[in-house]
Design a binder for this molecule. Sequence first.
Ligand code: PEP
Length: 256
Amino acid sequence: MHQRPVLAANWKMNLGPSAATAFVRAFLPLHAARDERTVIFFPPAISFAAVHAATRARPDIRLGVQNVHTDEKGAFTGETSAGMAADAGASYVLVGHSERRHVFGETEAESARKCARVVEHGLIPVLCVGETIEQRERGETESVVLHQLRTGLSALTHEAVREAIIAYEPVWAIGTGRTATPDDAAAVHRVIRAALVRLVGESGATIPILYGGSVTPANAAALLAADQVDGVLVGGASLDAANWAAICAAGIEPGN
Ligand code: PEP
């Protein structure tokens, strides 16, 4: 069970092992462990071991990888498998991030196979869904997001779906400085929530749905307070230890 909110940092292709270690050393004193929050780092694969070592004394910090291959092993130069990620100490895997879909051409069918692999190895998929600006302007947000959601989860048992995390990341808000308003986010999160409940029954209400797209210390509290927003997935603003610590503390009253 994930404590909410879930605060997830996606470093993308930033922070090599030395910079990642320095980041963690700067961040940990700024962030007290809190039972009611889940903090997850998604470092680049090459920095995973460094972050794992630097967070060893802080079991409250969870780790994940940004992508895995659909296959178990073999001649796939440059790739990482779910089994390797589990062996390295990961608990989570991002699947279907918009950069994987739109820059690297990952298909919905591949996202589904990746989710299945991730679960096979006892890891938790964080399935990312979201529409492009063109799709939003054509009024297709709901259909695109629901299609990505249903296909991405299609190879999982209901039990595995109940353990998963969903991230709604409108493509037009990722790395652009253009954030969905809390109302925009809540509207899509309600659609996702209803689909999850239809899929797995009442327990679909407890599956965390994160918002991602230009989250900053200035807007995090308002987004986290929006209906059906159970956490945030953060790229750019998670690369600065003080900013990330501020987002991890968003919404906490001073003195608490
Ligand atoms: C992301 O990469 O998942 C993301 C939301 O990036 P940013 O916060 O930079 O928009």
